[in-house]
Design a protein around this ligand. Structure first.
Ligand SMILES: [Zn+2]
Ligand SMILES: [Zn+2]
Length: 128
């Protein structure tokens, strides 16, 4: 073994490394430089892009599996997006209507009870 003694610690000698893209040996200018040049870096980024794609999702509207193009895309296509918004709006409207009905029902039950009590009072034979 030949121990390597760095005689000038202030000057870091960077050894030749293989370019991660084209494989040619080059002397990096920075310790974390992976590519011989900008062209290789760009090419590597382009190649790496498909791996950075989003996971396939299920469309909220039609249930079809799709790969979103945007981080917050939840529908497979614009048509499905609009359809889903319409459906949600309809659902919200139906829910509101149901709430109104429930409120009306609650009110009429109370009212019916009050009427019942009044009727019972009226029909009760006089205790005297
Ligand atoms: Zn290269
Ligand atoms: Zn869809």
């Amino acid at each position: 073994m030949h121990p390597i003694v760095d005689m000038s610690p202030r000057v870091r000698i960077l050894r030749e490394v293989k370019c991660h893209s084209c494989g040619t040996l080059f002397t990096p200018k920075a310790p974390n430089q992976k590519y011989c040049g900008l062209a290789c870096q760009k090419q590597a980024l382009k190649k790496a892009k498909p791996r950075q794609r989003f996971h396939a999702l299920r469309c909220r509207n039609c249930g079809k599996s799709f790969v979103p193009q945007k981080p917050n895309q939840l529908d497979c296509c614009l048509a499905c997006h609009h359809q889903w918004i319409n459906r949600r709006r309809q659902l919200e409207r139906a829910e509101r209507r149901l709430e109104k009905w429930a409120a009306a029902l609650r009110w009429s039950e109370e009212e019916a009870e009050r009427v019942n009590e009044a009727l019972k009072d009226a029909l009760d034979p006089c205790p005297m």
